[in-house]
Design a protein around this ligand. Sequence first.
Ligand code: SF4
Ligand code: SF4
Length: 382
Amino acid sequence: MDYYCSAKFTELMVHVQSRLLYNCCKAYPERVDLDWLEANPGRLFHTDTMLEDRKLMLDNKSCASCHHGCYKYEEQGLQSHRQTNKQKKQILDPNAPLKSLQIILSTDCNLACVYCSPEWSTAWYKDISNNGEYKLDGLTIGNDQWSTLYSKLKQKNRSTETRFFKLLLNEIDIAKDLVDLTILGGEPLLHNQLQKIVETVNDKKINIVTGLGVSDNRLQSILKAMSGKKIKFLVSAEATGKYFEFIRHGLQWNDFKRRVEMITEQGYEVKFISTLSNLSFFDIHNFYTVYNDRFEIIPNFLTSRDFMLPHVMDEQSKDLCRENLKPLNGVLSNAIEKKPSEFDRKNLANYLKQISKRRGVDLGFLPKHFLEWCGIDKIVSL
Ligand code: SF4
Ligand code: SF4
């Protein structure tokens, strides 16, 4: 295998609340040492671990953080993030400057998307607090001590007022080669300091990644307040109707569509980031029909729930997806070709049962043969 990936030399994602650094967004994180960073300004993108990983890559060897994010999927014959985002240009200097920074401001979010977790969303945190952990084979989805600690703090105190955030702003200031800054959540549009941060880093290209889980009024006032700034909205979505509402739990499809139009009417650029999963594969062709003519749709591969990868479905569902995906000229359909394991099938069935029960959602919108393959006969009635 060729282990090289240019994202390792250009991209960094920072989780402000938990002080985690991901080089890149799909890689396994490390926690930043604040004393070290204070003593070594300008080295946020050049920690010892990052330098070591880049040297391993240049020697064509595997590193643990990318094994987590990409290599393990490729070893299983699956597509990985780096394969879909391949850059032609090779960078050979482990000390190359940071080009693209993603900041996770806080985990405040009104949605509980089906492939998210308490690590990223407070709606997920509340679900686990109220209803308990999801227990699957080899995986428990629960609240960790960090999420519990943050849930007790005010938004400002756990993100923008921290020592780490101040050091981070300094790092952005020093990073003269930085081209773009992407702000993520949780839901960044729920963060009261968003506008202030946008103004602080006004000389960079700014992207805001949003699930649009905010009220129309809040969205409208943010759009007006940031009017005239070069901001791009990267909207997370991949399905329509009932599929959308199940995957992006907490938001209605019609509300979502209206908010997309609100953003474009104010003159901002919109792109979609579409997460590819077995559930979204049943309807992603309809999402393309609605939006592909007007907007770019960027596919995003899951790394957190193996049992939700696109290929984890029955043969009849695969035939259905192949047929539906034909107008997209075969794009995406490779992702379903691998045979699913019994382990993943059981975990998927268990997860769907738990999620439909605790959310009171009827699974009848999914194909009957898919539900039968999962062994789901009892469907929650609303
Ligand atoms: S996790 Fe994947 S995409 Fe990210 S740097 Fe590693 S190999 Fe590249
Ligand atoms: S909008 Fe983003 S942070 Fe919120 S639940 Fe969905 S994926 Fe998670």
